[in-house]
Design a protein around this ligand. Sequence first.
Ligand code: F6P
Length: 472
Amino acid sequence: MTRADLVIVANRLPVDRIEGPDGEPAWRRSPGGLVTAVEQVMQGMDGAWVGWGGQPDLDLEPFVFDDTLLVPVSLSREDLRDYYEGFSNGTIWPLYHDVIATPEFKRSWWDAYVRVNRRFAEAAAEHAADGGFVWVHDYQLQLVPQMLRELRPDVTIGYFHHIPFPAYALFAQLPWRRQVLDGLLGADVIGFQRVADAGNFQRSIRRLLRYPTKGDTVTVPTIDTTPRTVISKAYPISIDADQFLELARRPDVIARAARLREQIGSEKIMLGVDRLDYTKGIRHRLKAYGELLADGLITGEHVTLIQVASPSRPGVEAYQDLRDEIEITVGRINGDYSTVETTAIRYLHQGFPREEMVALYLAADVMLVTALRDGMNLVAKEYVAVRQDNTGVLLLSEFAGAADELGSALLVNPHDIEGMKDTMMRAVSMPVAEQTRRMKTMRRKVIENDVAKWGKKFLADVNALRPREVGE
Ligand code: F6P
């Protein structure tokens, strides 16, 4: 049995299963943000990654990919319905995003969540070296820290929560609220995106469990030993800024951006890049843009909106409804305001490779990030990172975690359609000197606080608790 000093536990493995050149199934590194983030931490370490292989009923033995031991956790169709689409994305996701959609509280979903979390915890317990470090990621796996602690009291456990943690009054709706808090408190270090998330978590701990909290620590009583101290604080996640800059400097990417601009033909390009998710405020953005066209304040020759909405969670009803609604709205706006020569909204229900995304970022004069609630929003940071000439305008929702660091963006409340319309107009007509001043400040922040720094900060707190450092 191979055991690793560092074990990552996340809902998905960092690879996608594809058809290889010989027609046989093969694996390809997946392009996600979590992969990039954790990859930096794992460099040079003896690491394993526990996660789901992305397809139902994949019963596979652990295998090595790019020097990392991948440990697939098998999920049946029923697990996917009740644990992934159900409890994770039909209960926790809407509840933690301020109830933008209505969370459903189903006991059968909770049972599946407990069952699947145990499976992940057992796989991690099996593959962690003596005294190793296990880093659990995100809302799908909130019970894993405690389950793992029971199985392997010798390991140090970290947990990072990538999405918001809601205010007490919302969290309190969850019928299994105490179990979730106990599950998380199995970790030694619990990381959140924003200071406000860590504050909400600590408030729930005080109100529901009555454990004392002080600064960044929670004191957890234990039956027979001295109380445990758990660190819970904000570690805002970021991007690999150098990797994005490298792409932005590539001649083929620069040429692609120029070609896109030329083909689109309008004076200005506004861009939205999101997973097709109701938390992203895509409908609000379309409404504001549609009204500007209706008011005659802009025309298709003047401004084009490119909206990339990558397919997401198609088995969840709220996502199906959202897709219908967005596609009807796009159709109406294009029907009313496109011309034979111009298209008001270029809507793409597709995912694109990173090179194409960077070309789009370089081509766009204005980036629209209008999330109603978002843990961080890395698209905002990606746009800023690649704008080397310091032009371009970021219109950013104050409800995205990125707003804490990117205060020089044009901040908006996406529920305020009039406010969004005014800010969009301001964005498309902003003088270059002002663009430069704002962009410079934001770029400095994103480049200084990149994902490597995020990982180091989290690990520094973990290492402060351990007899030997992770990776030593
Ligand atoms: O933002 C939370 C998150 O789970 C990310 O980690 C992930 O990239 C994204 O949502 C997509 O989620 P899913 O695994 O459900 O496709």
